[in-house]
Design a protein around this ligand. Sequence first.
Ligand code: ATP
Ligand code: LTN
Length: 334
Amino acid sequence: MKDFSANINKTILTGIQPSGVITLGNYIGAIKQMVKMQDEFKSYLFIADMHAITVGQDPLQLHENIRSLVALYLACGIDPNKNIIFIQSENEYHANISWLLECNTPFGVLSRMTQFKDKSSKNVNFYAGLFTYPVLMAADILAYDVDYVPVGIDQKQHVELARNIAEHFNKKYGKTFKIPDVYITKEGTKIMDLVDPTKKMSKSSKNPKGIIHLLDDPKEIRKKIMGATTDSECEIKFDLEKKPGISNLINICVALTGKDIKDIEQEFQGKNYGEFKKFVADLVLEEMEGIQKRYNDLIHSHVLDEILDENIKITREIAKKKFMLMKEKMGLYR
Ligand code: ATP
Ligand code: LTN
């Protein structure tokens, strides 16, 4: 049984795509936030596998990534007794709700989504799902009447869209959805690519040297951090514009130690980049060591299936209720 105590009356929900092994960026921007929040909120955490297929995925690899992400959630400290962890595609009501919302979302609004413009400009051929993706995300959120959606800054626009869709629907058909708020914490800073620190660290990036995957070999992790792009000065100072590489490493330190930027700058005053990078590498490795050990114990365990089987029942029931209410409001009944 979930131990949601009586004073937990606010709900949060977030999802991560199984589009590859998650990165240090996902860990800092999303998972660590959820671990912190799990004691205070009723929390839904899901594998956004239907979002992952909006771009090409190898079916076998996708299948492996889904299970691996569940194990990684737990290995990173997500407590299955405090979170409802589930797989999006196992709950068909998300897609059903999404269709009803699509019919209430202006085309023009979707075409202004930054992520769509970004991803579609990189490919000549892309599918309609890439365009309607933010509506599926709105469905994920609105199905559960959540209060907050903890995400990295890159997803803020999509959560705002979910709010707008909900407000529009409520106005048109009468109160149906709770209006969610985006939740971005200080530690949720965007972690950048180690090779190109002007670009987000992304699990589907082409250059592996710029990304730290949570399951990377420790030696590789150290090599990547020691080889991170910096600048030609030798001052450890936070300046996103002039020193994006060093600022990114400082952000990683802030997220993993809980210290302020100023503390880190002071601690490393007069020290060189090599010393600082070694410190960052030690910090990241210490955190990864525990995660990798727990992951290896979990990945083949039947415990994962038991958790998923129990939770999918809970979420299907909730999302079905919302779907039926929407149908009724929209006149979709005999
Ligand atoms: P993809 O490469 O498939 O687009 P991604 O690595 O960018 O994936 P998502 O699955 O889109 O990650 O995001 C999962 C969560 O992690 C979201 O809340 C997102 O905001 C957060 N996140 C992703 N990348 C970063 C990053 N570099 N820094 C901080 N948070 C991030
Ligand atoms: N689009 C998000 C993943 C995602 C999500 C959600 C996050 C899908 N549905 C609902 C929060 C709430 C991403 O790519 N990071």
